[in-house]
Design a protein around this ligand. Structure first.
Ligand code: ZN
Length: 274
C-alpha cells in the first residue's frame, strides 16, 4: 500500500475483536497482523471475502488461525464480474453456499447493494443479494450487509424475502432515523472508523440512539483508518479507536461497552474456541 503504519492504540480495558476486515488485502503477513492486533487487546478478527477467490482464502485463513473466523460472499461491486452466464452464476453461488456451511465460516458477507459505484447494474446486484439472503438462511449464519447509498432497497428486500435471524450492517453509514428502523427490526450495526471522523456527527448520533446490544465495531482494514491515524494503513488493532469513539457517543464507560460488544459477538457469530 505504501502508506505508513498507524501506531498501535492504547489497549482496550478487555480483549476485543474486529468484526470485519480483509486480512488478504493488508500489506503484512497474517501472523504479524494478528500478533500486532493481539498486542493491542484485539485478539480475534473476522476476515471477509468479496469474491469466490477471497472467500475461499478467508475460509482457509480461518481454518489455519484459531483467532480468525471468516465471512464469505460476492461483494455487490463484484457481481457483474463474478459470472458471465446464469450457469456460471449458479456455480459461484453453489461455491459460496458450500463455504458458508464450514464451521469456521461465521457469516455470509459481504453482500448487499452499492448504488454509489456503478461496477454492477442494480438489477444484477439485487439478484445476487437475494441469493445470498437465501444462503444465509439455509446455512443458519448471519448476513453481513454492504449498503452504500441503497438503504431503502436493502431494507425492502430484507422485508420482502424474510431476513435471516441475524443481520449485520457492516460499516454502518446511515443516520439516526435509519438506525432506529434497523434496531426495531433487530439488525446489528457494525460501526467502522468512519464514526471517528470529525465530519461524522450523523454517525455518532446514529450510534447514540442504537441500543448497545445491537452494536459491533470493525475496521474494514486496510480501508477506513480511524482518526487520529487517517492516511496511515489500517489494521485490526485500530478498532480500539472506534470502540472508544462509540463509548463517547453513547456516554458509556469503555469497559462496559467492551463487555456488551463481546456478548453481541458471541450471540451473533457464536463463541470463539478457547
Ligand atoms: Zn469490507
Amino acid at each position: 500500500m505504501g502508506r505508513p503504519q498507524a501506531p498501535p492504540p492504547e489497549p482496550l480495558p478487555s480483549a476485543g475483536f474486529d468484526s470485519h476486515c480483509h486480512l488478504d488485502l493488508i500489506d503484512m503477513a497474517v501472523a504479524d497482523t494478528l500478533a500486532q492486533a493481539a498486542a493491542a487487546g484485539i485478539d480475534r478478527v473476522i476476515t471477509v471475502g468479496v469474491d469466490a477467490a477471497s472467500s475461499r482464502w478467508s475460509a482457509d485463513c480461518a481454518a489455519a488461525f484459531p483467532s480468525v473466523y471468516a465471512a464469505v460472499a460476492i461483494h455487490p461491486n463484484e457481481t457483474a464480474a463474478a459470472a458471465a452466464t446464469p450457469s456460471q452464476r449458479d456455480a459461484v453461488l453453489a461455491e459460496i453456499a458450500r463455504l458458508a456451511m464450514l464451521p469456521r465460516v461465521r457469516a455470509v458477507g459481504e453482500t448487499g447493494l452499492d448504488y454509489y459505484r456503478d461496477s454492477a447494474p442494480p438489477q444484477v446486484q439485487r439478484e445476487w443479494f437475494r441469493a445470498h439472503i437465501d444462503i444465509a438462511k439455509q446455512a443458519g449464519k448471519p448476513l453481513m450487509i454492504h449498503d452504500r447509498n441503497a438503504h431503502e432497497d436493502v431494507l425492502a428486500m430484507l422485508a420482502a424475502d424474510g431476513a435471516p435471524d441475524q443481520v449485520i450492517f457492516h460499516c454502518y453509514s446511515g443516520d439516526a432515523e435509519l438506525a432506529q428502523r434497523c434496531a426495531r427490526a433487530g439488525y446489528l450495526l457494525s460501526f467502522a472508523g468512519t464514526v471517528t471522523f470529525q465530519n461524522a456527527a450523523d454517525l455518532r448520533e446514529a450510534a447514540a440512539v442504537t441500543p448497545a446490544e445491537l452494536i459491533l465495531a470493525e475496521t474494514d482494514a486496510p480501508f477506513l483508518t480511524p482518526s487520529p491515524n487517517r492516511g496511515k494503513s489500517n489494521t485490526p488493532a485500530q478498532v480500539a479507536h472506534t470502540v472508544r469513539a462509540l463509548a463517547a457517543a453513547k456516554q458509556l464507560d469503555v469497559a462496559k461497552l467492551c463487555a456488551v460488544i463481546e456478548a453481541n459477538g458471541e450471540r451473533v457469530f457464536g463463541p470463539w474456541p478457547a
